[in-house]
Design a binder for this molecule. Structure first.
Ligand SMILES: NC(=O)c1ccc[n+]([C@@H]2O[C@H](COP(=O)([O-])OP(=O)(O)OC[C@H]3O[C@@H](n4cnc5c(N)ncnc54)[C@H](OP(=O)(O)O)[C@@H]3O)[C@@H](O)[C@H]2O)c1
Length: 322
């Protein structure tokens, strides 16, 4: 089968299209014929091997898991012997391993039937960012109807879902983005949009019950100041931090801060599970959530797609058509 393969750490040029063996599903896994994959900022970390601390999981000198891509939509090709609820021919979406390929394996628990109203092209960009938005707002943020919620990075992969889901959960939503994305964020249902090129949300008079920060471009202290005393500032990212720990430095500070500081939320991790995919599907089928596909690249141009995401200014999701 054809797959994007990476033999060394580096820039997008390390991605090459090669013929490799089709993966075999383990007992609790499913082999999926991939229709659509997606690129997200996490793929940049695996590709570059930076921050270095991530190499503990991916290979110290060379990458071990050498095909990028987590998001997928496609058709079940085969199932492991313990998988009884998915069958060859089923259309699914979710999270797999190395999905920038014609076939990839995934834990059955990280897959769910494709939402009926979405095409495979749309469903392929739904799982990772959609589940992260749900986990951030529902679990880490404990969002309740009527809360004032601010989403920083509202036009990005996670932000476009977070705006829609926060609205569906009954929040008053403020989205932060640049001028070119103001209309997009408004069209997703945001009640207020702050253009960060004109206004700094950390310096405004409004205080928020929940802040989901997908950018991390202000200090934790400045960011927390925009949350109400009983509110919560959740840092989901960090744009600096050095080559050893990168965004983890900010996550670590937030984790320690959350023990002592009332409105500093603890960082959260969002593994994709079927129950969350089912919730995402309900939002889609109720008409509350639509994926925003920024650009779609053919598999051979995955390096270009990665370079686009790495600008930090992709709007919505960047898809790979297999
Ligand atoms: N917690 C978890 O389990 C988890 C899971 C997945 C991802 N993440 C992390 O979450 C972060 C966000 O991911 P993502 O997929 O949403 O990223 P993304 O799609 O690359 O975000 C791009 C967006 O960020 C916006 N942006 C850039 N600079 C900004 C600024 N100064 N102020 C406000 N918005 C700005 C851009 O808007 P403009 O073009 O308008 O500037 C663009 O639309 C990443 O760091 C990722 O690693 C965490």
């Amino acid at each position: 089968m054809k797959a994007i393969v990476q033999h060394e750490y580096g820039g997008p040029e390390v991605f090459t299209l090669e013929d490799v063996a089709k993966p075999q599903p383990k007992d609790d896994e499913v082999l999926v014929r991939i229709h659509t994959a997606a690129i997200h900022p996490g793929d940049w970390l695996t590709m570059t091997g930076r921050p270095y601390v991530f190499r503990i999981g991916t290979g110290l000198r060379k990458p071990r898991r050498n095909t990028p891509g987590f998001d997928l939509a496609g058709t079940v090709e085969a199932v492991g012997k313990d998988v009884t609820d998915l069958h060859p021919g089923d259309e699914v979406f979710g999270e797999g391993k190395g999905t920038c390929a014609e076939f990839a394996t995934a834990k059955a628990e990280a897959l769910a039937p494709k939402p009926p109203s979405l095409s495979l092209d749309q469903a392929g960009v739904l799982a990772v960012s959609g589940v992260t938005a749900i986990k951030g707002l529902r679990d880490a943020g404990k969002l309740q109807p009527g809360m004032k919620v601010l989403i920083n990075g509202a036009s990005g992969g996670i932000g476009t879902y977070a705006v829609q889901i926060a609205k569906a959960m009954g929040a008053e939503v403020t989205g932060v983005c640049s001028t070119k994305n103001v209309e997009l964020v408004r069209s997703l249902g945001a009640d207020h949009v702050i253009d960060y090129t004109r206004e700094d949300w950390t310096k405004g008079a409004t205080r928020y019950d929940l802040i989901l920060d997908n950018v991390g471009n202000h200090s934790l202290a400045d960011s927390r100041r925009a949350a109400t005393p009983n509110g919560s500032y959740l840092s989901n990212s960090g744009i600096t931090g050095g080559r050893w720990f990168g965004p983890l430095t900010r996550m670590l500070k937030a984790a320690v801060g959350s023990i002592f500081i009332r409105n500093q939320g603890a960082p959260f991790y969002a593994p994709v599970k079927r129950a969350d995919l089912a919730e995402l599907t309900r939002y889609v089928e109720d008409g509350h959530v639509r994926p925003v596909v920024d650009r779609t690249y053919p598999l051979v141009d995955t390096a270009e797609a990665m370079a686009h995401v790495a600008t930090g200014h992709a709007s919505g999701k960047t898809a790979i058509a297999i």
